[in-house]
Design a protein around this ligand. Structure first.
Ligand code: PEP
Ligand code: CO
Length: 464
């Protein structure tokens, strides 16, 4: 085993920290905000984090499926209850598709209630000859193209915390307060499901089957109901980018009995593709917390380097601790993923394999918008499932940028968004998201493939 140096919530400060702003005009003010955050209540608690880890441990054994998704970047401007409700509804609908059409328990992990900070490919942006620092997420600076807005402001961290807390509060109420009761499945339907064909029609048919099945279960249990169809477990996650914020919300567990350190800003944190240097700050911070950790794996990551990262982040090979999120692009996945899965599988490391078919498939449309073609997104997930299975491992999840809003950011899908149509409702604060209809369509296509894979395994086991 690798000998690790001593870890503390602050030990990342001794390391190279990429993509963390160093141009705060007033560092004292930043320190004062971090002190205030340190005293704020945790947004999640250790026992919930351990519950997520237990659910992920099952997925790593092939039992269950991880659905992780939400905005590329949450924003202060778009913060409203109705958006959160539409997002949650879409999430439940997709989870239902995976549960009933795919036959798997679904781990529900939002990319929400804290997903603000963005790593940017260029530190500066030039418009009409004027050059300013890039927008880096609402918890750092403003999107408006003025020198003042682009200056990092530490008070934005407090606003992001407050927005995360009230988003979390509503999500908790929706998950356990009656809204997620399967009996109301038809009430979750977003307008697009009622109006449109394609995946929507298929979804309404599924709802009908579920209603019938529920009636059946209820008649059997005589209303006493030992099966919980009324509430769901909903977890949150975001990229662990701003380590000062994460450090301020790190707590040593005193209630749960494990005595470990937990990031209490979300149940799961992930490490971005640009900040996963083995000896750098982000890996240093994440190696010491007990939360499940996601690791984005892109084309520049080698299989040996991946193994070293796994051993640093999860030296005890704990199941449910690590989610490897493959994000290569539909044109690159076949060249990179097989060797990675082989290496990790042969080394006997416990991981959940998940597919992010968004970040390797961003293209510039002819109309000038950054977009992602639905066909490329689908192709990457499909190849991901085939490759992981072919290497004898289990394709256990997806990671999507999606919204319940009727946006036009990704092209294609059954209700086709064209290049020319992108401008109709292009609202994202960073990368293009799948809209409700595209997300549901993708869920059905993946669920069908999951089911086909499951049937194949059953047949093989029966010697057929
Ligand atoms: C993201 O998930 O928004 C992101 C920036 O992804 P990646 O690190 O994979 O590029
Ligand atoms: Co993104």
């Amino acid at each position: 085993m690798i000998q690790q140096t001593k870890w503390s919530p602050a030990s990342w400060r001794e390391k190279v920290a990429k993509h963390i702003p160093s141009d705060y005009p007033d560092l004292e003010a930043l320190g004062a905000v971090e002190q205030r955050l340190y005293k704020r209540p945790p947004l999640v608690v250790a026992s919930e984090i351990e519950n997520l880890k237990a659910e992920l441990a099952k997925v790593s054994l092939g039992d269950g499926f991880l659905l992780q998704g939400g905005d590329c970047a949450e924003s202060f401007h778009e913060f409203e209850a109705d958006r959160i409700i539409r997002y949650f509804r879409l999430f439940l609908q997709m989870a239902v598709v995976f549960t009933f059409a795919g036959g798997k328990h679904v781990v529900k992990l939002g990319r929400v209630a804290g997903q603000f900070a963005k790593p940017r490919s260029a530190p500066l942006e030039t418009i009409d000859g004027v050059t300013l620092p890039s927008y880096r997420g609402d918890n750092i600076n403003g999107m408006e193209f003025t020198a003042l807005a682009r200056l990092p402001d530490p008070n934005r961290l407090l606003q992001a915390y407050d927005q995360s807390a009230s988003t979390m509060n509503l999500l908790r109420a929706l998950a356990t307060g009656g809204y997620a009761d399967l009996a109301y499945i038809n009430d979750w339907n977003l307008d697009f499901v009622k109006k449109q064909g394609g995946a929507s029609k298929e979804y309404l048919k599924l709802c009908h089957h579920i209603e019938e099945s529920l009636e059946f279960i209820q008649s059997l249990s005589n209303g006493a109901g030992t099966i919980d169809t009324k509430t769901v477990s909903f977890f949150t996650s975001h990229e662990a980018l701003l380590l000062g914020y994460e450090q301020a919300l790190t707590r040593k567990d005193s209630l749960f009995g494990s005595g470990g350190f937990y990031s209490t800003s979300a149940h799961m944190l992930w490490i971005g593709d640009r900040t996963r240097g083995l000896d750098d700050a982000h890996i240093e911070y994440c190696r010491g917390i007990a939360n499940p950790i996601g690791l984005k794996c892109g084309p520049t990551l080698g299989a040996d380097e991946l193994l070293a990262l796994i051993d640093k982040l999860n030296p005890s090979n704990e199941a449910g601790k690590l989610v490897l999120i493959a994000r290569f692009g539909s044109d690159k996945i076949a060249a990179h993923l097989p060797a990675m899965v082989r290496k990790v599988t042969q080394a006997g490391r416990n991981v959940v394999w998940s597919s992010d078919p968004m970040h390797g498939n961003t293209v510039l449309s002819s109309s000038g918008y950054k977009t992602r073609p639905f066909s490329r997104v689908l192709s990457e997930v499909t190849d991901f499932m085939d490759i992981v299975r072919a290497e004898g491992a289990y394709p256990g999840g997806i990671h999507l940028e999606m919204t319940g809003d009727n946006v036009t950011e990704c092209t294609g899908g059954a209700i086709d968004v064209t290049d020319e149509g992108l401008g109709a409702n292009y609202a994202t604060h960073c990368d293009p998201r799948l809209n409700g209809s595209q997300s549901l369509e993708l869920a059905f296509k993946i669920a069908k493939k999951m089911k086909a894979g499951r049937d194949e395994i059953r047949m093989a086991a029966a010697g057929l």
